[in-house]
Write a protein that binds this ligand. Structure first.
Ligand SMILES: Nc1ncnc2c1ncn2[C@@H]1O[C@H](COP(=O)(O)OP(=O)(O)OP(=O)(O)O)[C@@H](O)[C@H]1O
Ligand SMILES: [Mg+2]
Length: 251
């Protein structure tokens, strides 16, 4: 099923950069969709549109529609807080809160009004398990989060967004600073998570895109050049520009 339908989405920043040009894309639920391509293609811009983080940047004009479960995210009436709960985001650099591991997980729920200790504890445990971090931290939940390794901090950020029970998870180069072992753990967690969530990932390399993507979208200078089944796109691209990029001839 399609979770998100993007219709003719265009976005221009105030400096005149046309960062998205007429993007049409259906995004499936319970799958990993990878947005990949060279720097400046519009991948992060598109991710930010999906949870309206672009409201905070210098956007001159945005047009088109992003239908999430049939409702247009770009509608001025959209409840942004509810939207961002439904659409969680994980960034390239993990930003843990200056609190304990446990508090990092419960903070968002407490802000949302949850006070019951058992509910908070269960949410923390469940989300750490989903992010494949539980075994490494279960005996030190009260330690400061900052004491974790970079790879553990990134999985903690993933767990923190999962604690709020989103339906969609956006990840913008979540493993760019991680060693191969930590990267493998994050990728393995995403493969489990996709069974229940809709995952949109900007991978840090073509190799990661090829390893993880059920569906892959190649972006070049604001244009969606090619979009389709991941296995197919990486082995048998239809467009010359996609082929040149995935075979390393440019980019
Ligand atoms: N806040 C902004 N103001 C003006 N221009 C911006 C802004 N953010 C991004 N851009 C421009 O929009 C284009 C797309 O940028 P974006 O960050 O979406 O690309 P990207 O595909 O994520 O690239 P990268 O792989 O480097 O992360 C670029 O030309 C960039 O310079
Ligand atoms: Mg980016």
């Amino acid at each position: 099923m399609n979770k998100i339908v993007i219709e003719n989405l265009s976005l221009q920043y105030t400096d005149g950069t046309e960062s998205l040009r007429g993007i049409n894309m259906d995004i499936r639920e319970h799958a990993i969709t990878a947005l990949f391509g060279p720097a400046g293609g519009g991948k992060s811009t598109l991710l930010r549109c999906l949870n309206r983080l672009n409201d905070l940047t210098d956007v001159e004009e945005i047009s088109g529609r992003i239908l999430l479960d049939g409702e247009n995210v770009l509608d001025p009436q959209t409840d942004i807080i509810a939207l961002r709960r439904k659409v969680g985001m994980v960034f390239a650099r993990p930003v843990v809160l200056p609190m304990s591991i446990y508090q990092n997980l419960t903070y968002g729920l407490e802000l949302a009004g949850e006070k019951r200790r058992s509910v908070l504890y269960e949410a923390a445990e469940r989300s750490l398990k989903l992010a494949a971090l539980w075994d490494e931290v279960k005996d030190r939940l009260d330690d400061p989060a900052i004491a974790l390794s970079g790879g553990q901090q990134q999985r903690l950020c993933l767990a923190r967004s999962l604690a709020l029970q989103p339906e969609i998870i956006l990840l913008d180069e979540p493993t760019s600073g991680l060693d191969p072992i930590s990267t493998g753990k994050v990728e393995a967690a995403l493969q489990e998570l996709k069974k229940d969530y809709t995952i949109i990932l900007v991978p840090h390399s073509v190799q990661q895109a090829a390893r993880t993507a059920d569906y892959a979208a190649f972006f070049l200078q604001g244009e969606l050049v090619e979009y389709g089944d991941g296995a197919e796109l990486f082995t048998n691209p239809k467009e010359k520009r996609t082929e040149d990029y995935v075979t390393g001839r440019f980019g």
